[in-house]
Design a protein around this ligand. Structure first.
Ligand code: SAH
Length: 333
């Protein structure tokens, strides 16, 4: 019997094993993401970056992606950027050896990193993170009759159980949430804030912009959003850790505040549906359908999956961050 560990440590260890040992994406995997649904997603993001880069005066910028999965978004974005005259060096931040190998097949000239350390400090960065922050560990605080406690995970053999710790966390609970009923859960993600700060410092120091896309909310708010997905079904996050994808909703208000505190300009979040529509997904879908009429129906369905309110369009949010002297990005009017 090992002592209980914080939920954040449990989630970090489970996901390190999960992502490190498989390609989780696609119909035969555990979940599907927007770039795996359609090339339109990565292409429009590439055009968004190229437009911003063009209006910033076409500097010698680098493309940086956080958690690139199979590298599909990168390939689609880089192809669209090249058509607009932008062919940047590529830096991929990825911990999983399995996914690094998949990315190398698609983007052979990329360089791989574990974080921002090691990425050149010369020239602006064009950063993309799709469904990355939701995979970073969260910490949960739980209201008990004795006050707020950290949620820990106890482990006995192969049984894992969430329990409340002994130490009081009342001091760090926002005043309006302090009286929430027992069982209430408040989430924070120190790992996400640390990653965002690293990103923000780079944008401040060398210029550039970042696009963050994920499902999320504007916290702080009460709610347990930890979820496990396996074979496209919800699973118990405490059963067979490392065999299911553990994610949590992203608190965009906290990311926004962290970026602003570093002196950056933040746009959004707007919904993915609004964003992709503003960038012209309808025209792109029409052009693709005209080029391959036999696929017209699929293309229309893909467009709907990415932008529809009942699909990803409303749940997923888009946040942009730029260096203070960079132009206003498209899609956030
Ligand atoms: N962006 C891709 C994949 C999303 S899945 C897509 O949209 O399809 C999450 C990705 O983040 C995977 O590539 C995973 O290996 C990576 N990842 C998870 N935790 C990470 C961490 N702490 N540091 C770097 N990459 C991480």
């Amino acid at each position: 019997m090992a002592g209980p560990i914080p939920l954040s440590q449990f989630m970090g260890a489970a996901n390190a094993h999960y992502y490190g040992t498989r390609d989780p994406l696609g119909a035969r995997g555990d979940f599907t993401t927007a770039p795996e649904i359609s090339q339109m997603f990565g292409e429009l993001i590439g055009l968004w970056l190229a437009d911003l880069w063009d209006r910033a005066g076409r500097p010698a910028a680098r493309y940086v992606e956080l958690g690139p999965g199979r590298g599909t978004l990168a390939v689609d974005a880089l192809r669209a950027m090249a058509k607009a005259g932008l062919t940047p060096p590529v830096d991929l931040i990825e911990t999983s050896p399995t996914l690094r190998a998949a990315q190398a097949e698609r983007v052979p000239d990329a360089e791989w990193h574990l974080g921002f350390t090691g990425i050149s400090e010369d020239g602006p960065l064009l950063v993309v993170a799709n469904e990355f922050f939701d995979a970073l560990p969260i910490r949960q605080l739980v209201a008990t009759n004795e006050g707020w406690r950290e949620r820990l995970v106890a482990c006995q053999d192969t049984l894992f159980l969430p329990i409340a710790g002994d130490r009081s966390f009342d001091m760090i609970i926002p005043p309006d949430l302090r009286d929430a009923p027992p069982g209430s859960i408040l989430e924070t993600s120190p790992a996400s804030v640390a990653m965002l700060r690293g990103l923000a410092r780079r944008l401040l120091g060398q210029g550039g912009a970042a696009l963050i896309i994920d499902y999320g909310y504007q916290g702080p708010a009460i709610g347990d959003t930890l979820q496990a997905v396996r074979g496209h079904q919800y699973a118990n996050p405490f059963e067979e850790p490392g065999e299911a994808d553990l994610t949590a909703h992203v608190d965009f208000a906290t990311l926004r505040e962290a970026a602003e505190a570093e002196g950056l300009v933040v746009y959004g979040p707007v919904t993915q549906g609004v964003f992709l529509t503003a960038l012209g997904i309808d025209a792109r879908a029409e052009a693709l359908a005209k080029a391959s009429p036999e696929r017209a129906e699929d293309i229309a369905l893909d467009r709907e999956r990415l932008t529809g309110d009942e699909a990803m369009g409303d749940l997923f949010k888009v946040l942009a961050i730029t260096a203070p002297d960079w132009p206003v990005p498209a899609g956030f009017a």
